[in-house]
Design a protein around this ligand. Structure first.
Ligand code: C5P
Length: 213
């Protein structure tokens, strides 16, 4: 590897497998990893806990400014409803500006960082050495999420999860500020028919090639 402090940018829709890939790539290269979805989830969760509406931009900004990236609790924040609330918070530009600033600082950590989200390759780290866009059909993603929440004992219906995923895609792809889309120079990986191992080896080969250039 010849690059100094490289950034691996990973984007994609909900339940595409990008989080697992990001975590595994970070472990492999011993890089820092930030799941940027947790930052939006952290703001949404704090607003819900304070009984504040999700569209109060001033309040959401205050929460975003105070957010400590090191203390985001994945177990609490990964609840399905918080993902939906986070996508409402994520349409507000001033909240995005605040969180993006913190995410960019994280991206500069030595010896390198993997960030996953919706706008990493397009907005947060447009200079990233390697950009991956991970996708899968809405049905496959709903199936994975259904299995995941089922294992935690939640009684969520597959059809409801699929409907939520489609609605969240529309919100994330349709918003004016930083919509979800592949960066021009992103490598697309469709994981619909791939095992996690195949997706990982595909991603790893692309990252290794980019980092050795
Ligand atoms: O990835 P995750 O499902 O945790 O993200 C929750 C929500 O946060 C997304 O649906 C999206 O609206 C928002 N988000 C974003 N930009 C990011 C990461 C997440 O807008 N970089």
């Amino acid at each position: 590897m010849t690059k100094l402090t490289p950034t691996i940018a990973i984007d994609g829709p909900a339940a595409s497998g990008k989080g697992t890939l990001a975590r595994r790539l970070a472990e492999y290269f011993r890089f820092h990893h930030l799941d940027t979805g947790l930052t939006y989830r952290g703001v949404a969760h704090a607003l819900i806990e304070a009984n504040m509406p999700l569209d109060n931009e001033d309040m959401a900004c205050l929460v975003a400014e105070k957010l400590d990236l090191g203390s985001l609790n994945k177990d609490i924040l990964s609840a399905h409803e918080i993902g939906d609330a986070a996508s409402k918070v994520a349409v507000m530009s001033r909240v995005r500006e605040t969180l993006v600033e913190a995410q960019r600082k994280f991206a500069n950590k030595e010896p390198g960082a993997v960030l996953d989200g919706r706008d990493i390759g397009t907005v947060v780290c447009p200079q990233a050495e390697i950009k991956l866009y991970i996708t899968a059909s809405p049905e496959k993603r709903a199936e994975r999420r259904y299995r995941e929440v089922g294992e935690k004992g939640s009684g969520a219906e597959y059809s409801q999860i699929l409907a939520d995923i489609i609605k969240r895609d529309e919100r994330d792809m349709g918003r004016a500020d930083s919509p979800l889309k592949p960066a021009e120079n992103a490598h697309l990986i469709d994981t619909s028919e791939m095992s996690i191992e195949t997706a990982f080896s595909t991603a790893l080969a692309l990252v290794e090639e980019a980092l050795s250039e």
